[in-house]
Design a protein around this ligand. Sequence first.
Ligand code: DAH
Length: 350
Amino acid sequence: MREKVQEIQQQITDFVVETPDQLEQFRVAYVGRKGLIADLFDQLKTLPADDRRAMGQELNALKNLAQEKFNTHQQQLEGVTGRVETAPVDLSLPPAPNQTGTIHPLTLARQRIIEIFERMGFNVVDGPEIETDWYNFTALNFAEDHPAREMQDTFFLEKKETERDDVLLRTHTSNVQIRLMERQQPPIRSIMPGRVYRNEAISARAHCFFHQVEGLYVAENVSFRDLKDTLYHFAKELFGADTQVRFRPSYFPFTEPSAEMDISCEMHKPGVCRICGGSQNVCKGTGWVEILGSGMVDPQVLENCGIDSKKYTGFAFGMGIERIAMLKYRIRDLRLYSENDVRFLRQFTQ
Ligand code: DAH
C-alpha cells in the first residue's frame, strides 16, 4: 500500500493542469469521493490495527497534496469574471446577429388598410367585443328571425329577459357604427378595426375568431358614387394600380342598396396571378375574388341612432383582415395566423 501511495504522489506531482477539462480530470481522479485516494482510505480498514494509524497519516498528507494542487489550479483558471472559462474567447469574431421579431401579417395588413383610409380623411374608432344584441343586431335592422341570431353563429354570454339586451361576443365590427352614430352627429368618416367571433368549426377557411375593418361615412349628399370611388381607390392602393374592380348587388340588413366588391385576380395568365400563382384555387376559375361588403346606410339605421335620415345619407363597408392578408401575402390556411409558428411568422419581414 505504501508503494501505491508513492505512485499516486508522483502522479499528482506530474499531472499537467492547463485547461478546465484537465482540472476536472484531476478532480475526478484524486479529489473526488470515487477517486484513487478515496479508494485507499477504504482499504485502511483491511490493515492490521498497528499499521492503520501511520498509514492514515500518510493518506491524509496525500489527500492534502491533491486538494492543494486542485485549489491552486482552480484559482488560476478562474477568469476575471470569477467563473471557470469553458472555452477560449476569440474577441476578433463578429458579434452574433440580433434576433429581431417580425410584424404579424394581420398587423401588417391592418396597418396598410388604416394608412390608405387615413389618407382619405377617415379616423380610427374602437368599440367593445362584448356587446348586446341591440348593437350587434337589432339596431342594424336584423329582423327578429334572422338566421345570424341563431346559436350556431353567435357566442351568447348571457340571456336576458328581452332579446335586445342579450349579451354576446360581437359577430362583426358593425356594432361600432351604431355606437359611433349614437354619440356623434355627422359628418362622420371613420374606420373601425377589431376582432370578431363566430361559432364556427375551425378549418383552413373558417375560424371562431377573426378580424374586420368596418368603414362609415355619413354626411350631407353622400351618394353611391362616393362609395364606389372610395372603395375603388382603396383596392388599387392596396393591390396595385392594374387591379380591376367590380361591384355585385348583394344584401345586408343595415344597407340599402348593398353591394359586394370583387377584385380581378389575373388567373388568365397562368403563373402570373399574384393571388394564386395560376392555380385558380382562390377565384375558382372565375377571375374574380370578393374582398368586402358595402352599401348605403339604411335610413332606419340612421334613425335608430338619432340621426336625421332626411338630412343625411351615408355609406358603409366591412372587410375581413384575414382575407385581405391571405390575398396579399398568398396565405392558404387561416389557422396559420394563430398558431405562432415562427417559420411562418419569420417570412413577414418588411
Ligand atoms: N358586417 C358584414 C359582415 O360581417 C360586413 C359588412 C357588409 C359591413 C356591408 C358593412 C357593410 O358595413 O356595409 O359580413
